[in-house]
Design a binder for this molecule. Structure first.
Ligand SMILES: *Cc1c(COP(=O)(O)O)cnc(C)c1O
Length: 431
């Protein structure tokens, strides 16, 4: 079919974009190519990708080590089914993951995207409880303001207000919600369980415990649900409550993994480890969709010892070799550099350069953790209005809710980071 419309007009008439009105799409840019932190638009304008392409392009676009690994794999074995077959890319990546993730997590399930890894984690929890003779435990507890993906089960544990539960009422599983952890990462931890949120969590889990399979949450950093940083002691004590009640603990580290928070995993802020962890986004350095769910021996052997014993999930593209080599290469790039110092430098610079936003009348808060910089406004901010300024600023930012934020690629230079901060301050003044 020849295209009767100019490319952008075709896009606007026929292609859905994420969270958009298909009949009234907002300003959209055509990207021709990308290199490092830069996107080249169709008119030749270069803009900095301050979002790391939705937080996954951690080492910059087209990182030579990652693309080389993918080229080599493409010429050998782009894909093969994983049922009854295996390959070096899956095994080499597994070795690397075991080396860097929390020690107790020894069993790896590869899948296609973050949301799917959350589905897999939730199914693991239900199958584990079933195997333990607790077939009634098929529901989940979570904290408000969370985000876990857009598929049905993942959506059921997203924040019930911003996750638009009302739209899907009757179609979504009903889950158990408690307030988001009230103590921020910057505050001192109060021992009073009514003040630190744990009394509410304990009541919820105790009341529902014969129905609850697992507690699922994003550790320390809630991403899409509000860019909120909370105290890791909440997780240490939640682990104890879960253990006492036979409830599993799932950490969704899809946004927080691979150094983004200044720790390799947000779990590393804690004294405890989860039973199941979800990884995605930065796993391949943003080069191809991929994710995984990891669990400990207790859960894996529990499921294996149950009836039917097999774990009931197996996507067509499970352990896709191209994705596996991209992930292995991305993890080598990460651990082959002093990422901890790099992220600390990014944090220090963002703290200094975003600080002036505190004096603006419509700014509620400014916070930085690792390579995450947030200006929280008192009102909702329009992504379209931000996009209208992209070419002038030379920086691509896509605010969400009340937050103007950046998750810059780790390869962003001090100069480029300054341009991002200037762009964020401008949006905070003008939007
Ligand atoms: C992005 C995200 C997901 C969903 O991942 P997709 O790859 O978009 O399906 C799940 N959980 C968290 C914390 C995320 O940030």
């Amino acid at each position: 079919m020849t295209n009767p419309l100019p490319p952008l007009a075709f896009d606007q008439h026929h292609l859905w974009h994420p969270y958009t009105n298909v009949t009234k799409p907002g300003p959209t840019f055509v990207v021709k190519e990308a290199q490092g932190v830069y996107l080249t638009l169709d008119d030749g304008t270069e803009v900095i990708d301050a979002m790391s392409s939705w937080w996954c392009m951690m080492h910059g676009h087209r990182h030579p080590h990652i693309t080389q690994a993918m080229h080599d794999q493409l010429d050998r074995l782009p894909h093969v089914m994983f049922g009854g077959l295996t390959h070096d890319p899956a095994i080499d990546l597994g070795l690397k993951l075991l080396e860097i993730t929390p020690n107790s997590l020894s069993r790896i399930f590869y899948c296609d995207s973050g949301s799917v890894s959350v589905e897999v984690a939730m199914k693991m929890a239900v199958q584990y409880q079933h195997a333990m003779g607790q077939a009634g435990r098929s529901e989940f507890a979570t904290i408000r303001s969370g985000y876990h993906g857009d598929t049905w089960k993942a959506m059921s544990v997203c924040d019930p207000d911003t996750g638009m539960h009302h739209l899907f009422q009757g179609a979504l599983s009903v889950q158990h919600f408690v307030s988001r952890p009230p103590v921020t990462l910057a505050q001192d931890w109060p021992e009073d369980p009514e003040a630190n949120g744990l009394a509410e969590l304990e009541r919820c889990l105790t009341n529902g415990c014969d129905k609850i399979a697992a507690l699922i949450l994003e550790p320390v950093v809630q991403g899409t649900g509000g860019m909120y940083f909370y105290h890791p002691e909440y997780l240490n004590q939640a682990r104890q409550i879960c253990d006492d009640l036979g409830i599993l603990l799932i950490f969704d580290e899809i946004a927080t993994g691979f150094g983004r928070t200044g720790q390799l995993f947000a779990t590393d802020f804690c004294a405890v480890e989860p039973d199941i962890i979800c990884l995605g986004k930065g796993l391949t350095g943003g080069h191809i969709s991929f994710a995984c769910t990891m669990t400990n021996d207790r859960v894996a052997t529990g499921i294996g010892g149950g009836n039917p014993g097999i774990f009931m999930h197996g996507p067509t593209y499970m352990a896709n070799p191209l994705a596996c080599v991209a992930a292995k290469a991305a993890l080598d790039v990460l651990t082959g550099q002093d990422w901890r110092s790099r992220v600390a430098e990014i944090a220090t610079q963002m703290e200094q350069e975003l600080a002036p936003a505190r004096d603006l009348p419509n700014v509620a808060d400014v916070r930085v953790l690792g390579a995450i910089g947030v200006i929280e406004m008192r009102h909702q901010v329009s992504a379209d209005a931000a996009h209208a300024r992209v070419k002038e600023m030379g920086v691509f930012l896509r605010p969400f809710g009340k937050n103007i934020y950046t998750m810059p690629p780790f390869v962003t230079s001090p100069d480029e980071l300054s341009r991002i901060c200037v762009g964020m301050l401008r949006l905070a003044r003008e939007l």
